[in-house]
Design a protein around this ligand. Sequence first.
Ligand SMILES: Nc1ncnc2c1ncn2[C@@H]1O[C@H](COP(=O)(O)OP(=O)(O)OP(=O)(O)O)[C@@H](O)[C@H]1O
Ligand SMILES: [Mg+2]
Length: 226
Amino acid sequence: MLKIEGLRKSFGNIHVLKGVDLELLKGEILVIVGPSGGGKTTLLRSINYLEKCNAGTITIDGKYLIHDGIYANKTELKEIRKMIGMVFQGFNLFPHMSVLENIIEAPTRVLGISKEEAIVNAREILNFLGLTDKENSYPYELSGGQKQRVAIGRALALEPKLMCFDEPTSALDPALTDEVAKVIKSLSGKGMSMLIITHDMEFAKKVADRIISIDNGIIIDAHMYE
Ligand SMILES: Nc1ncnc2c1ncn2[C@@H]1O[C@H](COP(=O)(O)OP(=O)(O)OP(=O)(O)O)[C@@H](O)[C@H]1O
Ligand SMILES: [Mg+2]
């Protein structure tokens, strides 16, 4: 689903990614751990073209995002980015919109789906996430775990093949962390691929098919971090 080879990224003369190689299979849950400042968020942002890299290759579902340092053209980039869902730390929900409105916002605006169809899809997602009774609630009326599930629902509404999470549990206490772990597990059961960054080793062990670590811009064996 995702293959990264020799990826390099610097900010000025600070080398943040120094030749990253990794592979993620369809339906696999890969967790990335590692010390602060190691380059995890930069890697995730690079996969979604929120950062531009200097060298290397990223292949997503057989399509090159960047090939030997050369980026795909605008049209291709758009197609590739559609395959990727991102859930960032801190949820980023629209506070003045209900749960349902939050979820239909992107499909209607980005994909041009009709409001009626988007609502049908959103209700299916809410059912899957166990949030059916919250569709008319506003973010401030939800617990942290519920907010995180809505944030996941927003990404799911764009029907990505690959979901990326940056610290999905950092704002959650342990019980709520389990809620998120369950959702991630059941999505991978449906064949969705997951790339998850976390500092929480307990959570990592709970959800991961495989754990790797990024330290100082390169992939190392996760044991070194434990
Ligand atoms: N826009 C930027 N400009 C300059 N340097 C940056 C920028 N973004 C990140 N960096 C640097 O790149 C390095 C890696 O940052 P990154 O956010 O990827 O680390 P991380 O592994 O996600 O850390 P954390 O676990 O604390 O979230 C850090 O040294 C950081 O200061
Ligand atoms: Mg980070």
